[in-house]
Design a protein around this ligand. Structure first.
Ligand code: HEC
Length: 183
């Protein structure tokens, strides 16, 4: 095979016009085919999750497993606190609060018929298990509903974890009731 020279001269420099080697072309066309497949699988048809989504799924599964383990000994301050760190479950808790609790406790928990949940005064105790107890069993003669039977235990846990995020946000609202607890 003789090397072919291109006719053009660029600044006095001439180039050979050789066929590109097959291994090089193989990589070029291979990458094009691969990128097309990748695009279809990951982006167009979303058959496989992208790494970030895979990671998030795994983290949720781990958090659920940890929570299940923590719940084995029953509801504890620790298991309820753990739920505060689980964004998806906390978001559900907020949605439940917005749906069922704001009529009496208002949208920020600042209180109306029910007490202000954002101050550091609590009638029935400020610990997560205290809040869990009151939300589950209610105070029927005072007008606080027993949510345990209405929402079921899982949703009660979620809404309780959300109430814990309102604690000490100190929104101006209903005057303090109950006993002061350290912040
Ligand atoms: C119909 C009105 C009403 C609704 C709806 C309501 N509450 Fe209450 N809640 C009250 C009242 C009244 C009290 C005060 C009970 C008392 O004086 O012992 C109270 C007390 C509480 C307490 C205890 C506060 C403390 O100082 O110890 C918590 C926690 C609470 N509610 C959470 C919730 C959550 C969570 C929801 C929604 C799932 C909810 N409440 C829905 C009326 C309501």
């Amino acid at each position: 095979m003789t090397d072919k020279l291109r006719e053009h001269s660029f600044d006095g420099i001439q180039e050979f016009d050789n066929k590109l080697p097959n291994w090089w072309l193989f990589i070029l066309y291979g990458s094009i085919v691969f990128s097309l497949g990748y695009w279809l699988v990951f982006h167009t048809f979303k058959i496989v999750d992208l790494p970030v989504a895979q990671y998030n799924k795994e983290m949720v599964a781990i958090a659920d497993a940890q929570l299940a383990a923590a719940m084995e000994g029953g509801i504890t301050n620790e298991s309820l606190l753990m739920m505060v760190d689980m964004p998806e479950s906390l978001a559900e808790g907020k949605a439940l609060f917005d749906q069922y609790c704001v009529v009496c406790h208002l949208e920020k928990g600042q209180g109306l018929v029910g007490p202000n949940l954002t101050d550091n005064f609590w009638i029935h105790g400020a610990e997560p298990v205290n809040i869990h107890h009151i939300v589950t069993n209610g105070v029927l003669d005072k007008g606080m509903v027993a949510w345990g039977s209405q929402l079921g235990p899982k949703r009660v846990n979620k809404v309780v974890s959300y109430v814990m995020t309102l604690k000490n946000t100190n929104i101006e609202g209903k005057a303090p009731e109950g006993e002061q607890v350290p912040e």
